[in-house]
Design a protein around this ligand. Sequence first.
Ligand code: ACO
Length: 355
Amino acid sequence: MNNGLENVVAAETVLSDVRGAEGQLIIRGHPLSALAGHWTFEQTAHLLFTGFFADLTDAAGLAAGLGMARVEVFERVRERIGAVAELPLYDAMRALTAMLPDGTALSDALRLLAAPAVLLPALIRLQAGDTAIAPAADAGHAADVIRMLGRSDGAAALDAYLVTVSDHGLNASTFAARVVASTQAGLTSSVLAGLGALKGPLHGGAPGPVIDMLDAIAAEGDSRGWIDRALDGGDRLMGFGHRVYRTRDPRADALKAALLSFGPVDARLRFAEDVERAALEGLRRRKPDRVIDTNVEFYTALLLEAVGFPKHGFTGVFAMGRVAGWLAHAREQALTGRLIRPASLYVEPPASRAA
Ligand code: ACO
């Protein structure tokens, strides 16, 4: 038995390669450093979708279709959004996503690609007592999200973030999406599986708790003392460690660069760097044989905070980027894979052994 399926190869993919020993992420032939800050989210989604939808044209065509899909999603949920707005933010977004048609065509994929970008800002505003802002079909995807949030700065930083997290090998949420697609269910079903898996703190739920950690350390004023106590108490430091990387997560640097291009190094970033150093020292002292380094979530938290998302919305923004990967993987699995159906090791219950 392989608990956690570590190193088990369960799919063949053209979409991305996580090179854990080198600390490199390749997205369809391109190193992340060539994409983040250089390509738009729409261009990256087009790269991922190529070959998986018969009527996909060029990146400009995808961008235009995505703009129209944002408007369509907003119109579809407009009457229903009030009914779920009382739910926790991520759960409300998932509930509204579940109402979208469950097909496998490009139009279905574009609606699902648009969904988190439309639903999250609308729900954030409604929950804060503001009215939702309708999408603009001709705006860039990231710029439209910033606009729907009611803000004016940060589109380039958000775009770099969405590209950075768009795909990442067979992570837990992508695997979940592929398992569902392997049954030939529709794309909404796959995206809902991805959303479910992403929610947990060991995967996409970590960046909100990163802010909690930073705030708790700031209140105490002693990074090293706080971190030592947390590690001595057996806590996990959010934003550190990874199943595959045995070095620094390359996405951490891509996001730090996006953060720096958004604004000057301020006191918050200097403080976060101090916490990062203290955390890495503490982890190295306690786990000298296992490399536990900074992962994507540490700088995600700082970037999304700077752009203006509330911390309980961070996992939803992650979904906004990763949905591109889920959709491409779901199509790849449905078109090229088989039903995913592993085996389990049955351990006889004591009562039936006695009988
Ligand atoms: N803080 C403290 N200790 C840690 C951390 C951490 N962040 N990460 C791993 N360890 C320790 C574990 O306690 C464990 O110690 P033990 O052997 O004494 O029990 C050892 O390192 C190995 O940990 P595993 O959980 O087996 O390693 P795994 O490969 O499953 O861990 C994971 C990956 C879940 C991400 C882990 O590093 C973690 O919990 N990190 C904190 C949460 C986090 O940042 N999640 C976001 C991940 S990035 C993403 O999914 C987008």
